[in-house]
Design a protein around this ligand. Structure first.
Ligand code: ADP
Ligand code: ZN
Length: 604
């Protein structure tokens, strides 16, 4: 009799991957050996293998607790494609299929069973679990136990029952939410005090971070999407209305965009999510209601048209790009009005002062990120307590260093202008005064008679907006609590006004340079983030078309057949035999058998 396969052998034969990533191997050994574990890894880090492989290595069936009913079937399909006996139990299934799954579990035919928490906690399910052999419990999206997060699920708090009823079964809790408070809550709520913690680096080196100054947001978005033609991505907006309008605007210029927000009826939402997962190259325009657990590996970009709530939120949202490890882009379009609106929103809310303070601190951290002139990845990781020794080389500030200038005099003019006009006006009016525009309002208020009138002609209006935006981010100006956008001086303004403190700001290019840049970027139409060359394009399209055909035939998303990373490896390596095909990243035994020949035919 041959020895049972090792974890590495299964990684290669079942999943078609050459080596473990990061701490996967240590985690897998811990659980396979019968121990518990807490796993914190960024999105796309490779959490699923951490319980899927122990499930294959241990006797019995692994039970995976997941709140994402709508996505369970895809996870099950992906495992079945790999030849792994998997099933799910949730409220969307009819009673007959549920009974079948229960039967298969009792008879020991399943290796992985995905269950929604509310179902798992029912007596019927717990009784069933006692009648079969259990390999392990995996508690996915474990941050759902946290009352403070927006993904809170009360049922998650009752999951300690698993430990009480089945004390000998190992448990692994997994999440991509990094902060210390959530981590403590998970340990406490799930009684994982003694479990070793595996904390991965949260760096996502394949994601390129970019922040642009908002001028004409819709057109900027369309230009951005032009460099991602045919690729799947997510565009986040703050409001439902903006989601609808943006999706319509994109469809009008021929982009296959779909809306998603909590105000839509459940059926349409589910249908749109399904199309995003199953079709190639759909752009989802959504509020943050969309995204948790979307494990589509080939999301090539995440764009933000509005500021997210916090750096934590931003990192979660952008983390949905590039799970397959291939180049992906996080793009944020930010304007002056956004900072002001968010600060007002916080001031005017009914929340406690304590809560408001916390929200302001989150917003300040985010504005600091947005206005940063140094490596963005260093800032993001610093937020999670990680130190990146060198600038990353893959963010806008690294690739395209922003010239800064001594803006002390401009800052003084801006601050004096706010002061002289009574700290009762927003940036638009202040800029008109600075630039000496005697419009009706300026005249009616007599502001054309002030000493500051017309002192700022050296900058155009957009450049002044850049100055105001950065002054707000630096805490040198703050919107008044009254909610009308009036900008007021802060305690920190005084030193600048007196010339005791210099202000260095990022330079907003003038109008002529802006126009030139825009035309250049439109000319440099790249072959998308994966940089498929014109010569490679026909074969690339053929490989994708074959994948789409197989996916349609089997009613699964195309990434369940092969990831982009796998097609790309085929395109570049051009395997000519089945043996060569077997060495391609993501081609395991089962997929080689089923699809190897079809793809070889295209590569011949
Ligand atoms: P997470 O659940 O942590 O967000 P997944 O488990 O979905 O991440 O894995 C992210 C991607 O990385 C998937 O496409 C997965 O197939 C791939 N992956 C995971 N582990 C490896 C590995 N050891 N080698 C190659 N690819 C891997
Ligand atoms: Zn960088």
């Amino acid at each position: 009799m041959s020895a049972p396969p090792t974890a590495l052998q299964l990684l290669r034969s079942v999943f078609g991957y050459a080596a473990f990533r990061g701490q996967q191997q240590a985690i897998i050994e811990q659980i396979t050996g019968g121990g518990d574990a807490l796993v914190l890894m960024p999105t796309g880090g490779g959490k699923s293998l951490c319980y899927q492989l122990p499930a294959l290595l241990r006797g019995g069936c692994a039970v995976v607790v997941s709140p994402l009913i709508a996505l369970m079937q895809d996870q099950v399909d992906a495992l079945r494609e790999l030849g792994v006996a998997a099933a799910c139990l949730n409220s969307s299934m009819d009673t007959v299929s549920q009974a079948q799954v229960e039967q298969r579990f009792r008879q020991g035919e399943l290796k992985l069973l995905y269950v929604a928490p509310e179902r798992l906690l029912g007596e019927r399910c717990l009784a069933m679990l006692a009648q079969g052999e259990l390999a392990l419990f995996a508690i996915d999206e474990a941050h759902c136990v946290s009352q403070w997060g927006h993904d809170f699920r009360p049922e998650y708090r009752q999951l300690t029952i698993l430990h009480e009823r089945f004390p000998a079964v190992p448990r692994v809790a997994l999440t991509a939410t990094a902060d210390a408070a959530t981590r403590r809550e998970i340990i406490e709520r799930l009684a994982l005090d003694d479990a070793p913690q595996f904390v991965a680096s949260f760096d996502r080196p394949n994601i390129r971070y970019r922040v642009v100054d908002k001028a004409h947001a819709r057109q900027q978005l369309i230009d951005f999407l032009a460099a991602h033609r045919g690729e799947a991505g997510i565009v986040y907006c703050l409001s439902r209305r903006k989601v609808e309008e943006t999706a319509q605007g994109l469809v009008a210029v021929g982009i296959s965009a779909l809306p998603y927000h909590a105000g839509m009826d459940a059926a349409t939402r589910a249908a749109n999510q399904r199309r995003f997962l199953r079709e190639d190259g759909v752009v989802m325009v959504a509020t943050i209601a969309f995204g948790m657990g979307i494990d589509k590996p080939d999301v090539r970009f995440v764009a933000h048209l509005d500021l997210p709530k916090s750096i934590e939120g931003y990192y979660q949202e952008t983390g949905r790009a590039g799970r397959d490890g291939l180049p992906a882009e996080a793009w944020l379009c930010h304007g002056l009005g956004d900072s002001v609106a968010l600060q007002q929103f916080i001031s005017q809310s009914d929340a406690s002062e304590e809560r408001k303070r916390a929200e302001r601190a989150m917003l300040d951290a985010l504005l600091g990120y947005v206005e940063a002139t140094t490596c963005r990845r260093q800032r993001l990781l610093a937020h999670f307590g990680e130190v990146l020794a060198e600038p990353c080389g893959n963010c806008d500030n690294c690739l395209d260093p922003q010239p800064t200038w001594d803006a002390s005099v401009a800052a003084q003019k801006a601050l004096s202008c706010a002061y002289r006009t009574g700290q009762r006006f927003g940036a638009g009016h202040l800029i008109a005064v600075l630039r000496g525009e005697a419009n009706a309002r300026v005249q009616a208020l007599g502001h054309d008679q002030l000493g500051v009138f017309g002192v700022g002609g050296e900058l155009d209006a957009l450049q002044w907006r850049g100055v105001f935006r950065q002054l707000i981010a630096l805490g040198l100006l703050a919107p008044a609590a009254d909610g009308f956008g009036a900008l007021q001086l802060t305690a920190a303004s005084r030193a600048v006004l007196r010339g005791e403190q210099a202000v260095h700001l990022r330079r907003t290019p003038d109008r002529a340079t802006r126009g030139r840049k825009r035309r250049q970027s439109a000319d440099q139409r790249s072959g998308g983030s994966l940089e498929i060359s014109a010569a490679e394009a026909p074969l690339w399209d053929a490989l994708r078309a074959e994948r789409a055909r197989l996916a349609r035939e089997q009613g699964v998303p195309s990434y369940v057949i092969f990831h982009d990373a796998t097609l790309l490896a085929m395109l570049r390596a051009r395997p000519r035999t089945l043996a060569a095909m077997a060495t391609i990243h993501g081609v395991g035994e089962r997929k080689l058998e089923r699809y190897g020949a079809a793809f070889l035919a295209l590569l011949a």
